[in-house]
Design a protein around this ligand. Structure first.
Ligand code: PGA
Length: 258
């Protein structure tokens, strides 16, 4: 059986005004989810305002979580709270939380993220785990890129499971820059990641696990990227704030139709 495509919309720290939320929710509800899983990552402040507003099966995936549950953890979002609100997914490991864009908070290590992922899975939720290399690594070629991604994947070796974990490969140099990886670059990298999983976890896991591409994905480049055999979906930032998000979902659903 083929891998069902999955597309996520990462609203990051947007929008500035709650008056804009209805429009953004409408963009997600306009997606045809019959051939593609859809999730959306609202900003932490807005999760509680929109989590029950999706009418087409789109899931809410907060952009971060803690790994201790509820209690004296000021400023945190607990997986336990997400479970109670009926959420099924959580995004972790975005490069903007790994220190790539100068967020003035401690950098999250892959080991910490594996701890978060284990907690998410223990509580019965699923996890989207973002990985990807900065430009100086990309400039060294595919072997360096794979080695960088492998470092991010290694703490997850025992918990990678196609049923519960989705990988989002997001080259840092393409995030928010308008510079998209070429289909050749995306395919080569996704295939290399899948091969590593086949050799280091299991062929079955490699075959089943979904790998999204992220980085300036939009309605225009989605059809070409969707045609890549190892691209199973997208994690979309900027374009998830626009009506064209539904076209991205449609493009990959069409490309992966059995
Ligand atoms: P972008 O962001 O689509 O705006 O490049 C992608 C992401 O950061 O997930």
């Amino acid at each position: 059986m083929g891998r069902r495509p999955i597309v996520g919309g990462n609203w990051k720290c947007n929008p500035a005004e709650i008056s804009k939320l209805d429009g953004l929710v409408a963009n997600i509800n306009a997606c045809d989810t019959s051939g593609c899983d859809v999730y959306v990552c609202p900003s932490p402040l807005h999760v509680g305002l929109v989590y029950n507003k999706f009418t087409n099966g789109a899931c809410v995936a907060p952009q971060n979580c803690n790994f201790k549950g509820c209690g004296a953890y000021t400023g945190e979002m607990a997986v336990d709270q997400m479970v109670d609100m009926g959420m099924k997914w959580c995004l972790i490991g975005h490069s903007e939380r790994r220190g790539e864009f100068g967020l003035p908070t401690p950098v999250e290590s892959s080991e910490l993220l594996a701890t978060k992922c284990k907690y998410i899975l223990e509580k019965g939720m699923k996890c989207i785990y973002a990985i990807g290399e900065p430009l100086p690594i990309r400039e060294q070629g595919i072997d360096a890129v794979l080695a960088y991604c492998v470092e991010q994947l290694t703490p997850f070796k025992d918990i990678l499971d196609p049923e519960t974990v989705v990988l989002a490969y997001e080259p840092v140099w393409s995030i928010g820059t308008g510079v998209t990886a070429t289909p050749e670059q995306a395919q080569e990298t996704h295939a290399a990641i899948r091969k590593w999983i086949s050799e280091n976890v299991s062929p079955k896991c490699a075959e089943g696990i979904r790998i999204q591409y992220g980085g300036s994905a939009n309605a225009k480049n989605a059809p070409e990227l969707s045609a890549c055999a190892d691209v199973d979906g997208f994690l979309v930032g900027g374009a998830s704030l626009k009506p064209e998000f539904a076209e991205i979902v449609a493009a990959i659903a069409q490309a992966k139709k059995a």
